[in-house]
Design a protein around this ligand. Structure first.
Ligand code: GRF
Length: 203
């Protein structure tokens, strides 16, 4: 089962998925490509070290978002990618990607959606004073963090939490949640019906 990961930054989720795949913990899924819009991002080095091919691009050298996405789609087609996994990819996708990969395009977000969509979800949850937050894996549609929810995991916010401590705690649950969800896809367990997502028993 062939997956591509899109990432712009640190790449801790990228690393976790690559490691899980190598350890046989991803339901047979393999990371075939990293797509990255930031040549200097740490995730690029992680991919090179792991031997994962990288499609790097610089958005400002294209006339439109559609133009660079068409190139990305060509790469995904050439590699027969079955699932596109966004992991800290800091760009909104156009219909070029979203329409072509409906039901095969997922993202992880560091809050319990629909609370705190967009960037800065972690400080927003802390400042709001919610007692529970967490991570959400969802399908990507044309909106900002609005697609159908596949899985969520919650954690309590301790009274002495800081943005750093909460970010660490959320990263830790993301690194359990994302490999689990990707392995569901690899096993064909995820069924999308309108906004309702059902997880079939693991084969
Ligand atoms: C994660 O917190 C994810 O939820 C958000 O971006 C962050 C990426 O972190 N979408 P990393 O690059 O995987 O370390």
């Amino acid at each position: 089962y062939r997956i591509a990961i899109f990432a712009s930054g640190e790449g801790s989720n990228f690393q976790t998925l690559v490691d899980a795949s190598q350890e046989g913990l991803l339901g047979g899924a393999k990371v075939e490509l990293l797509v990255c819009d930031k040549p200097e991002a740490p995730v690029v080095k992680r991919a090179r070290d792991a031997g994962v091919p990288v499609h790097l691009f610089t958005p400002k050298s294209y006339s439109s978002r559609e133009a660079y996405e068409l190139e990305i789609v060509e790469q995904l087609d050439a590699l027969n990618i079955e699932l596109v996994v966004l992991a800290g990819y800091m760009r909104l996708l156009t219909s070029v990607m979203v329409d072509k990969y409906t039901g095969r395009l997922i993202n992880i977000h560091p809050s319990l959606l629909p609370s705190f969509p967009g960037t800065n979800a972690i400080p927003q949850a802390l400042n709001y004073g919610v007692k529970l937050t967490g991570a959400t894996v969802h399908f990507v549609d044309g909106g900002m963090d609005t697609g159908a929810i596949i899985a969520q995991q919650s954690i309590e916010i301790e009274s002495n939490a800081t943005v750093e401590s909460l970010a660490n705690d959320i990263h830790a649950i993301e690194q359990e949640l994302y490999p689990r969800v990707v392995s569901w896809f690899a096993q064909g367990c995820v069924v999308l019906n309108d906004r309702q997502v059902t997880i079939l028993p693991y084969k």
